[in-house]
Design a protein around this ligand. Sequence first.
Ligand SMILES: Cc1cc2nc3c(=O)[nH]c(=O)nc-3n(C[C@H](O)[C@H](O)[C@H](O)COP(=O)(O)OP(=O)(O)OC[C@H]3O[C@@H](n4cnc5c(N)ncnc54)[C@H](O)[C@@H]3O)c2cc1C
Length: 311
Amino acid sequence: MDAVVLESLRTFFGERLRENVPLAPYTSARIGGPADVLIDIRSSEELAWAAQTLWAAGIPWRVLGGGSNVLVSDRGVRGVVLLNRARRVCFRLEDDPPTVWAESGATLNDLAQRAARQGLSGLEWAASVPGSLGGAVYGNAGAFGGDMAGNLLTVEILHRDSGRQTWPVEKMEYGYRTSVLKRDHPPVVILAATLRLQRGDPQAIRLQMQANHEQRRRTQPPGASMGSMFKNPPGDKAGRLIEAAGLKGTRIGGAEISPMHANFFINTEHTRAADMKALLQLAQRTVFDKFGVWLEPEIEMIGDWDEESAP
Ligand SMILES: Cc1cc2nc3c(=O)[nH]c(=O)nc-3n(C[C@H](O)[C@H](O)[C@H](O)COP(=O)(O)OP(=O)(O)OC[C@H]3O[C@@H](n4cnc5c(N)ncnc54)[C@H](O)[C@@H]3O)c2cc1C
């Protein structure tokens, strides 16, 4: 990596820039090798400045929010990882309907809890979805009948070539757990977003959030995972197909298809990314052979996967 650029980043970020940092602790699956450089980002201005600097220098980089929808390779990530902790939040109660503006590193859970405390409805679905607003906007996160596409009004992005812009929700071209950013990977970073809310009854909001939590607790396994590994194919459930293929409880290394919910793959202990990937591929192949359905991953595999084997 260009030593001059690295030095200028170090001057700006000080001890918040670290080299050769294992990424496993920054992911919900607790899997993944080191980033060459990890920078702890504290504001959307810092995020924009770092992105511009790295683009200008031609250094590869990516943002990590909660790390709850990614499988990081055992070899880790070359270049720079921007760990997004830009978390300013501002409710605009005078708007009609009321809105919330937040930096992209705000957690969905925090946004939902704060909205609930003010009697603002609309984010009940999001209270139990791990990760950051940026990750949710990127992947159109959703649960319990709600999703980002239903809440998002505008998103503030920085584009490498055309600079800072405010996009209306339509420009995200949302589909089921996808967006133009997830599909096409344009050189864009999400800085902040504004979400639509509505006035509601605080008690009813809290009860709905509790019911959602309870349903998750009953149906989804605890333990280190990435949530749903695969998208549900049209008219069916990925978990049902994997279970019907007889794969519940199947293990490769420390990676296990949950005996409780077959679309959750658990890192039981010391799981290598390569094992998790092999289990994902085994499920894909087996379901295809038995039912003719090719499951599409919901998670993203990031980092250096060349000739993956234990480092
Ligand atoms: C137990 C569990 C349950 C889950 N349940 C659900 C669920 O019910 N519904 C659901 O939709 N998902 C669910 N997930 C998956 C995950 O929580 C969501 O996909 C979440 O929105 C990911 O956000 P994140 O911040 O963790 O993203 P990350 O995993 O950090 O990143 C995901 C992708 O988004 C990109 N990205 C993140 N921030 C930005 C940014 N600011 N600008 C540009 N790109 C960015 C990253 O580079 C990466 O490509 C679950 C996960 C777990 C572990």
